[in-house]
Write a protein that binds this ligand. Structure first.
Ligand code: PMP
Length: 442
């Protein structure tokens, strides 16, 4: 696997106890003025980041296996992105595309039409956050079909706004105390091979039966699914599940929405995760990796569906900010130039080489995922979800200078989301330490 040239030394260095004195002082300031609902995982305040490292205020350099939750795929200070942003900001920072249009917005939409699956005519709308993209996909599906109901899946995550909270499965911490939630959102059973043992077609038949019996296709506007679930535990449905669902949607005038917010943009070794089974969604929601860290999200889909909402029906003050659009064009060109989808596949081979032997342990039920979106599900000796072990391992890794996130309804899944430009040495070092931490507790 080839490495890149980096601005910062690509090494793990823990110089102080964690958190160090400067970060501790910043934490005190944070506690005084930042709502406690925001509780950062890293025991350090970041002052610099590049390639696969995060450097904190005390000079500690962490291996970053989180990438700002799958955002900085091209690196957190990618040169091309930084140059595009600096250049862009000298011209204009904002106009609101709805008021005064600019070229970069159109150029991003052209690129999305080219990159997303399918060769049908496509159009896009650009927004700020993932949740906003999901909300807009639902609006578009409702406007197109004239129907209301929305289907999502067990374990799914789609955001924290009112509609997307309803669409998100996990109660604590995402929904607790925040109801009432939006109506007409229904949850169908997901394909979860480790737990249900069903093949893809059978799991899809179970889900579509539920939709027919409990909702009715005459009421159903869209099915929204993450091709590989992110926050829900990196759950990869059995092969055949997504194509069967998509075919059923097509037969029943139901819009099939792939939420590629976490899995998209080369993360899984392809531009989009649903390409693995040649699934062509009607609408795709994107965010995170799209713009090298700048806030940008998008819905891209069949032109006739995207044009269903009335003129003026979609938008927002900031959606498709010009700096974010220029950053997206730069980030996408980095992905193309360096074949980061290919690099993600190479990363998967290394991740599996180091982590798969752990499945011999009783505590590791499975290594799953694709590309640079791979997770380990940890269990007790009785095979039950082991959230306590997961937290312990993640905490031990942090103390050694590796930022690792967990996920899953039971918090028992360790997920890896390294930058797609991390050096091979750093990737191996972080994985070796993770493996050692798991072994020493098993
Ligand atoms: N959908 C998926 C699949 C996600 O992973 C996320 C974020 N984790 C969202 C939607 C929401 O994105 P945001 O946090 O940008 O609103």
């Amino acid at each position: 696997m080839h490495d890149f040239t980096y601005r910062l030394p690509q090494q793990r260095t823990v110089r102080t106890s964690l958190p160090g004195p400067r970060s501790s002082a910043l934490s005190e300031r944070r506690e005084a003025v930042v709502a406690r609902a925001l509780s950062p995982g890293l025991p350090g305040f970041v002052v610099d980041a590049d390639g696969g490292v995060l450097v904190d205020a005390d000079g500690n350099s962490f291996i970053d296996f989180a990438s700002g939750i799958a955002v900085t795929s091209v690196g957190a200070s990618n040169k091309k992105v930084a140059k595009a942003v600096s250049e862009s900001v000298t011209h204009f920072t904002h106009t609101s595309f709805m008021v005064s249009p600019y070229e970069s917005y159109v150029a991003v939409c052209e690129k999305l039409a080219e990159l997303t699956p399918g060769d049908h005519p496509k159009k896009s709308v650009l927004l700020n956050s993932g949740a906003e993209a999901v909300e807009n996909a639902v609006k578009i599906a409702r406007a197109h079909t004239g129907k209301n109901a929305v289907v999502v899946f067990d374990h799914g995550y789609h955001g924290r706004t009112n509609l997307t909270m309803a669409m998100t499965a996990k109660n604590k911490p995402y929904k607790t105390g925040f109801g009432p939630f939006a109506a007409e959102v229904y949850r169908a059973p997901m394909s979860y091979p480790l737990r249900d043992g069903l093949d893809g077609e059978t799991a899809a038949a179970r889900a579509t039966k539920m939709m027919e019996q409990e909702i009715g296709t005459e009421n159903l506007a869209c099915v929204v699914i993450e091709p590989i679930q992110g926050e829900g535990g990196f759950i990869e449905p059995a092969r055949g599940f997504l194509p069967a669902l998509q075919a059923w949607c097509q037969e029943n005038n139901v819009v099939f929405v792939a939420d590629e917010i976490q899995a998209g943009f080369c993360r899984t070794g392809r531009w989009f995760a649903c390409e693995e089974e040649q699934v062509v969604p009607d609408l795709v929601t994107m965010a995170k990796g799209i713009a090298g860290g700048l806030p940008l999200s998008a819905v891209t889909g069949r032109a006739e569906m995207m044009d269903a909402p009335v003129v003026g029906g979609l938008g927002g003050t900031y959606g498709g900010n010009p700096i974010a659009c220029d950053a997206a064009l730069a980030a996408i060109s980095e992905m193309e130039e360096h074949d980061l989808a290919g690099r993600a596949r190479e990363m998967e081979a290394i991740i599996r080489e180091i982590l798969e032997p752990l499945t011999e342990l009783d505590t590791v039920a499975e290594v799953r995922g694709r590309g640079a979106m791979v997770a380990l599900e940890l269990v007790t000796a009785e095979g039950q979800p082991n959230g306590a072990l997961t937290s312990e391992v993640a905490a031990a890794c942090k103390q050694q200078g590796i930022l690792i996130l967990s996920c899953g309804l039971d918090g028992n899944v360790i997920r890896l989301l390294p930058s797609l430009v991390i050096s091979e040495a750093l990737l191996r070092e972080g994985l070796d330490i993770l493996a050692t931490e798991i072994r020493s507790r098993s």
